[in-house]
Design a protein around this ligand. Sequence first.
Ligand code: HEC
Ligand code: HEC
Length: 243
Amino acid sequence: MIKLPTPIRPLLALAAMAAVALGASACGTTTADVENGRILFIERCGTCHTLAEAGTTATVGPNLDDAFGAAREAGEGGETIEGVVEAQVEFPRPSTEDPAISMPADVVEGQELEDVAAYVGKWAGVPGAAPPKVPGGPGAQVFANNGCGGCHTLAAAKSGGTVGPDLDEVLSGQSAAMIHEDIVDPNKVIAQGYPPSVMPLNFEETLSPEELEDLVEYLVESTGGKGAALQGGKAGGAKSKGG
Ligand code: HEC
Ligand code: HEC
């Protein structure tokens, strides 16, 4: 336990009280971290669920914008949706149509569950929701929209995901063609030490050819891969992995 110097403790108590007051007058829970909820959602839920604001497009489970669109339209607030999400994650209903495809229980728990529920409560079914705009050009936007940063560290995107390999480390020296293949066919070569089938397998379907091209170009440029070295006219590629 960290011992705080005494003068700080009353300040923290005040801050907590202020947060409660704010929470009551604004909306939703007081302790939930919606930003963290977004990252968790992409990582743990986005592999099965579509949600526009998260940029996730998986179709194993129901589309959550559709699932909560009607409630939102009927004027239900985020808190109601939050409650439904918490209940579903704690006690998933058995899926009726295909029992083989059902939602695992307790994908997230405790504070993480509160964060995810608050995030979904804020955004599910909100008309026109889309991932926030990011700097860095079209490829950077594709990276952000598709939740790559939730699972991967990439300095250029300021992302710190650790579910998959650190792209700054593994992509330097890889050609554009190799990176393209990594994205559209992740199970063809499984990165050492990582599980297969965690990275979504459908990017070739969910991304347009143009988006894919922008994404690969962005990754090549931001990790100093071979493509960038060639484009920049530099003679790099000494640690070529072959093709
Ligand atoms: C392995 C795939 C999988 C993962 C991971 C997953 N879900 Fe699900 N989810 C499903 C399936 C399948 C259903 C529909 C069947 C059911 O109700 O169990 C579902 C249903 C739901 C529903 C109910 C939607 C409705 O129509 O009422 C919510 C809400 C939900 N999931 C939220 C989440 C959240 C939040 C996470 C992450 C913490 C998550 N799910 C992770 C597969 C998944
Ligand atoms: C849900 C987590 C998840 C998401 C989302 C995800 N990935 Fe991955 N990714 C992984 C995992 C785990 C691996 C390692 C296993 C493998 O090779 O398939 C991986 C592997 C990779 C590799 C190969 C790395 C190497 O060692 O050569 C690349 C490149 C990559 N991902 C890029 C992306 C891009 C770009 C996106 C977004 C369009 C993305 N990933 C989205 C989890 C994810």
